[in-house]
Design a protein around this ligand. Structure first.
Ligand code: HEC
Length: 116
C-alpha cells in the first residue's frame, strides 16, 4: 500500500508551494537579505514608492505622516512594527504590507536615521 505515502508527499508539495504566497517572516529573511545601510534603505524607499504617501527627505506626498522626524517621534519598536505589519498597528490603515524582511526594515530605519 503506497497510497498514504503518496498523498503525504502531495500534501507536502502543496504546503511548500504555499510558502512563497504566504511569505512568512523566516521566508522573507531567507530570500530578501540585504546589507543594512542608509543607501540600501534609500533604494528600498524609492522602489517601494513610500513617497507616494509620505514626505521623506523633504519630498513626497502628504497623505501620511512626514517621516523626516519619525525616528524622533516614535520608538524603534513602533517603527519596526509599522514596517513589518501596518494592519497590526491600525486595522484600517491605507498603508500596504510590503512584506519586508528584517534586514530591509533595518536598512529603511538606518536611512531614516541618516536623514538631515
Ligand atoms: C498608500 C499610502 C502609504 C504608503 C505607500 C506607505 N505608507 Fe507608511 N503610512 C501610511 C499612513 C496613512 C500612515 C499613518 C498611519 C495611519 O494613519 O494609518 C503610515 C505610517 C507609517 C509609519 C509610522 C509613522 C509614525 O509616525 O508613526 C512608518 C514608519 C511608515 N508609514 C513607513 C513607510 C515606509 C517606509 C513606506 C514604504 C516602504 C510606506 N510607509 C509606505 C501610508 C502609506
Amino acid at each position: 500500500m503506497r497510497k498514504p505515502l503518496f498523498s503525504f508527499f502531495i500534501l507536502l508539495l502543496l504546503l511548500l508551494l504555499l510558502i512563497p504566497l504566504l511569505r512568512p517572516r523566516w521566508y522573507l529573511n531567507l530570500t530578501q537579505r540585504v546589507e543594512i545601510s542608509p543607501a540600501v534603505g534609500a533604494a528600498l524607499v524609492e522602489r517601494r514608492g513610500c513617497r507616494s504617501c509620505h514626505i521623506i527627505g523633504g519630498s513626497g506626498a502628504l497623505k501620511a505622516p512626514n517621516l523626516d522626524d519619525a525616528v524622533k517621534r516614535e520608538s524603534e519598536e513602533t517603527l519596526r512594527n509599522w514596517l513589518a505589519n501596518p494592519r497590526a498597528m491600525r486595522p484600517n490603515t491605507p498603508m500596504p504590507n510590503f512584506h519586508l524582511s528584517d534586514s530591509e526594515i533595518d536598512a529603511i530605519i538606518a536611512y531614516l536615521h541618516a536623514l538631515p
